[in-house]
Design a protein around this ligand. Structure first.
Ligand SMILES: [Zn+2]
Length: 217
């Protein structure tokens, strides 16, 4: 026995901004000890996030994308202008959306975003940004590269799971059965008290959604 003790993780501060048009959430996740931070999703009002980061004195190390629907990436250019060419992390299945401007949905037009510093979110591979460490769960179905990000007791589920609802699966590259399977096998299997922070709307918990989400029964 080495007697080695794992130090407790730093406390993490989470704060949300939402745009008015789609009510899309962008999250600031900040290590309260080091002030290292990431932004999860880039909604239509990046100025709200830039303001929040400045008020808190957070040091943004990366932008993580739960998926690449336009309302989750619209603010990328302005965030990158504000914080420098920090990495933008996305699942491989949607990398071309932000790297090449290839639209996620054939229903919608071209995307005017070209990010140079794209890195990949890989299922079961820890994603580190400064002193923060996220677990990556692939939760596709709303979109092919949809991911849920976990840090400590918090999940960021994008448009896979909402309080009382689940993501749309009526797009050409959506799949409702895949979406439900991912939610059931990877999210609802987690402890009740895990917080769920969604792409739209209020926060909830795994336990509350398992018990009362009408789309999951
Ligand atoms: Zn959305």
């Amino acid at each position: 026995m080495s007697g080695e003790v794992t130090p407790p993780p730093h406390a993490v501060h989470v704060e949300v901004t939402a745009d008015k048009r789609f009510g899309t959430n962008s999250y600031l996740v900040e290590d309260e000890s080091t002030h290292d931070a990431v932004i999860i999703d880039a909604n239509l009002e990046p100025a709200l996030m830039i303001d929040l980061v400045q008020r808190r004195g957070a040091v943004v190390k990366a932008i993580l994308l739960t998926h690449t629907d336009i309302d989750h990436i619209a603010g990328l250019n302005e965030l990158l202008e504000a914080f420098g060419p920090i990495p933008v992390a996305v699942h491989a299945a949607e990398r071309a959306v932000v790297a090449e401007g290839k639209p996620l949905r054939r229903e919608f037009g071209e995307v005017s975003i070209r990010v140079d510093n794209v890195v990949e979110l890989v299922e079961d591979r820890k994603f580190r940004a400064g002193s923060l460490e996220f677990e990556v769960l692939h939760t596709p179905g709303h979109s092919p590269g949809g991911v849920t990000l976990r840090i400590q007791n918090r999940l960021f589920t994008g448009d896979a799971l909402f309080a009382g609802s689940i993501g749309r699966s009526d797009f050409a590259n959506s799949d409702g059965a895949v979406l439900l399977h991912g939610i059931n096998s990877k999210l609802l299997s987690l402890p009740d008290d895990l917080e769920v922070h969604s792409g739209h709307g209020p926060a909830t918990t795994v336990g509350r959604e398992r018990r009362s989400n009408p789309f999951l029964r």
